[in-house]
Design a protein around this ligand. Structure first.
Ligand SMILES: O=C(O)CCC(=O)C(=O)O
Length: 216
């Protein structure tokens, strides 16, 4: 996969990507009904190299999905890595380890899989949804998303209606949705008419007992 990517002005083009610390640098936003969002801008430094490697090496898949009795293209490319398949870049292993050490979550919420999405242009998107790690999750779960490439906005709103929050996610930023967030809120990366470059998101998720590891 090759799409014009305008690297960061601040990145050293020869440097390998690195992770900064999480401790003391994560900002928590408490939402209604026990949901929360953690934000850590610029967690991955020198992430140009990570974007380039993932864009080139990951076996990206163009899915098609049935919608309103028609089969339509899923408006993004996807790829999924479970515990048995290994991750496509060593930084993803380190990111997962660091997240798990930071959150010290109960066993069923430990991050074990990575789903990747490739948004080629502003026309690629993901519609409003709450993640389901199992078939019918009624318990809290966490989803951690690392964003590399062009900035896109993650929108988040309560399921019953209410204010939409917008989180612009830039190159190397981390957002973690936790508590009841996946049950009580829904999120989306909405299409934009602005001219934006390509973006890759890496979503770390747990595997709930009794469920299959999930595709993206
Ligand atoms: O790309 C993102 O940041 C969000 C992806 C997402 O919500 C999903 O794949 O379920």
């Amino acid at each position: 996969m090759s799409l014009a990517f305008q690297g960061s002005l601040f990145d050293d083009p020869l440097a390998e990507p690195t992770l900064d610390r999480l401790s003391g640098t994560v900002r928590r936003i408490e939402l209604n009904d026990g949901a929360w969002v953690d934000l850590r801008a610029g967690w991955v430094s020198d992430s140009d190299a990570l974007f380039e490697r993932l864009a080139a090496d990951v076996p990206w898949r163009a899915d098609r999905r049935e919608m309103y009795e028609r089969v339509v293209d899923v408006p993004r490319l996807v790829s999924f890595f479970g515990p048995e398949s290994g991750y496509p870049h060593p930084l993803l292993d380190r990111a997962q380890d660091q997240l798990n050490a930071f959150y010290r979550a109960p066993d069923e919420q430990v991050f074990r899989t990575a789903g990747l999405c490739f948004y080629r242009t502003g026309n690629d998107s993901v519609a409003w949804h709450g993640d389901r790690v199992g078939s019918a999750i009624e318990r809290d779960t966490m989803v951690a998303i690392v964003s590399v490439g062009a900035a896109r906005t993650l929108s988040l709103r309560p399921k019953g209606g209410g204010e939409t929050l917008r989180f612009p996610l830039g190159h190397g930023d981390l957002i973690v949705m936790g508590g009841s967030c996946q049950r009580t809120h829904e999120h989306a990366i909405l299409k934009t008419r602005q001219s934006v470059g390509p973006r890759i998101s890496i979503q770390f998720r747990p595997i709930w007992p009794g469920t299959r590891s999930r595709r993206t």
